[in-house]
Design a protein around this ligand. Structure first.
Ligand SMILES: [Zn+2]
Length: 301
């Protein structure tokens, strides 16, 4: 008898909590400060911030400079996710640590923002490549997914979300056109991107580059002598003027390739994180401009 009563008190208490919380999905009880959003890594953090503007708050889990594939979540990350109205992830298996979040935080809804993007498979693997954000064309799809989800969650903010999203999509379309123009400066046979992790496949497919990496994906990072020799051969055969290195990987592999081929590393590119304050790559759009500038200056001679 007591047990039953105790249970119903708990039930009543959780119902009250649910009614007061900002996390329910009926769109009626979002706090005046807007939605509290947590996302997995810094690139998505910026993209979502562009749509939210000042109306709500966005936090991301994987710090700039750390690995988004095989990150080890800490207790404060679980807190960030459970405090959020929604947890936005890239999906396409980027967040290999998602299971740890799910087993510690059960009440926050998880939404994949890459839905609808046509996946490119990893070479020699039946998994998909998660780096869809490296093509702005896909990011337009991300923005459309995010804005629809925000509007459903918080109808009061609809006009703000839609206006911000529209302006941002416009900027992404300008970026897309700008990239198309910039690429023309590189002769066709030099349109080859060589980095440590073969993360530019979506970019390469959309802008006409062959892409090569020492390894396919950071979570399978190897850098075996065979992998190194394969890339050294490609750089030589193609007579490439430059190779590149990412801000988020161990640079020694590309340094070895550069030493073995005599081809310089033309610069650092951003793949799995935006840049820190003062880097000139603090937003997704800036990081992509920086990447393209580095590709063009290295490959067009
Ligand atoms: Zn990656």
């Amino acid at each position: 008898m007591f047990k039953k009563k105790f249970l119903s008190v708990i039930l009543l208490f959780s119902l009250l909590l649910a009614a007061c919380s900002t996390g329910d999905n009926d769109g009626e009880s979002v706090s005046e400060d807007g939605l509290t959003i947590t996302t997995s890594f810094s690139v998505l953090g910026d993209i979502i911030s562009q749509i939210i503007g000042d109306y709500g708050s966005v936090e991301y889990i994987v710090p700039i400079g750390e690995e988004p594939h095989e990150y080890e979540p800490v207790p404060s990350d679980f807190q960030k996710v459970s405090d959020a109205d929604v947890f936005y992830i890239n999906g396409l298996d980027l967040e290999e640590w998602l299971e740890k979040i799910v087993s510690n935080v059960t009440e926050t809804e998880i939404v994949e923002v890459s839905s609808g993007v046509t996946p490119i498979p990893l070479v020699g693997d039946d998994e998909d490549d998660p780096h869809a954000w490296l093509s702005p064309k896909n990011v337009i799809q991300y923005v459309e997914n995010i804005v629809e989800d925000l509007v459903a969650r918080d109808p009061d903010g609809e006009s703000i979300y839609r206006e911000n999203a529209e302006a941002y999509i416009e900027e992404l379309m300008e970026l897309d056109e700008w990239i198309e123009e910039q690429v023309q400066q590189i002769q066709e046979e030099h349109r080859v991107i060589v980095v440590s992790e073969n993360a530019f496949k979506y970019f390469g497919e959309d802008y006409g580059f062959q892409t090569e990496g020492v390894w396919e994906i950071n979570s399978h990072e190897e850098g075996t002598p065979q992998q190194m020799n394969r890339v050294i051969d490609i750089v030589g055969e193609k007579n490439l003027p430059a190779v590149f290195v990412e801000t988020t990987v161990d640079k020694r592999y590309m340094e070895t390739i550069s030493e073995n081929t005599g081809v310089p590393i033309a610069g650092e590119v951003y793949t799995d994180a935006i840049g820190p304050e003062g880097s000139g790559a603090e937003t997704y759009i800036k990081m992509m401009r920086e990447n393209v500038n580095v590709f063009v200056s290295g490959l067009s001679e």
